[in-house]
Design a protein around this ligand. Sequence first.
Ligand code: NAD
Ligand code: TDX
Length: 337
Amino acid sequence: MHNILVTGGAGFIGSNFINKLLKDRDDVSLVNLDKLTYAGNLENLKESETNSRYQFVKGDICNSELVDYIIKKYNIKHVINFAAESHVDRSILGSQIFYQTNVIGTNVLLEVSRRNDIEKFVQVSTDEVYGSLGPDGYFTESTPISPNSPYSSSKAGADMMVQAFHHTYGMNVCITRCSNNYGPLQFPEKLIPLMIINALNNKQLPVYGDGLNVRDWIFVHDHNKAIEMVWEKGKPGEVYNIGSNNEKKNIEIVKLILQYLGKGEDLIKYVKDRPGHDRRYAIDSSKITAELGWQPLKTFETGIAETIDWYLANKNWWERIISGEYENYYQNLYGSR
Ligand code: NAD
Ligand code: TDX
């Protein structure tokens, strides 16, 4: 049995990871440490909560006594760190919690892991650490780190620390850098779920700037399969880019969602641009394909249809979210634009 500490497992990507891994394999036992911030939702883990190989602990990755206690109590040998403040717009409104969780929190996990002889530490990072591309080219693992937002700089800081712990202490670490994820259970502050839900509610769809910024979209299960493979087979100290060759302009995504839902383009509202908005991300993931044999399985056409259908079928899930704190957050955000 592999005993794994998964952090941030009540969020979008982490909950999909836990639900799928427990279903796909019977040789893993998972402890989920999550602080349950605005983005953490135990409802995401309904299908896993009664599994005897799953345990939830509410707590902060910055709490080293708690992390030490969990590692010892559950005989943890592997750590996969999903926990983070993950939204760029929020990091622009206030950055401190981003450095606290994403940098200090990762430091606590690394220190405690080192002292407890953890066999493998996987840091779930992002392509945003590379900064922004012009119209051509791709991020490779040797592209220099050049983050532009408080969010991406906090993730880049964590990445450098993870590499330093490998270099200095010989810890067996890997870093994954994935492009924009989409799929079920994504918190409706991110582009795709926000646009789906606003369209369903006949509310305006706020497109930043000229709408021509490009993101490289990947279905969440493809990302998670790559993380699983990096955990099992990734080489010590290595970085692996993850992407599925699916560049789209934001406005294309917005129009596609409106079309799928049978709504008019008059709902689109161009709003003031995000400060420091990265223009284009595009990932070269040939290394993980060549070294570990990973390949994305989901086409964008299928994945986006499945995602929109999921939000249509799970109105209760998102209605509970948007009736709370999230509404106030967006009122404040757009009030200031
Ligand atoms: P999310 O915001 O949906 O979930 C984050 C989870 O972390 C939440 O459950 C939250 O409660 C938990 N958390 C936050 N602070 C914590 C703390 N101090 N201690 C314990 N738990 C804490 O994020 P997501 O989209 O699922 O992203 C997961 C990871 O993947 C992040 O590290 C993010 O940087 C990375 N990533 C995300 C994307 C994307 O497109 N969403 C792409 C590449 C990488
Ligand atoms: O209302 C919006 N209008 C809009 O035009 C929102 C929320 C976004 N956008 C634009 C900004 C970006 O160009 O859409 C694009 C995607 O925005 P987000 O969903 O906020 O994602 P992004 O900023 O690209 O970052 C995401 O991908 C990398 C995740 O949030 C990060 O956690 C991940 O690391």
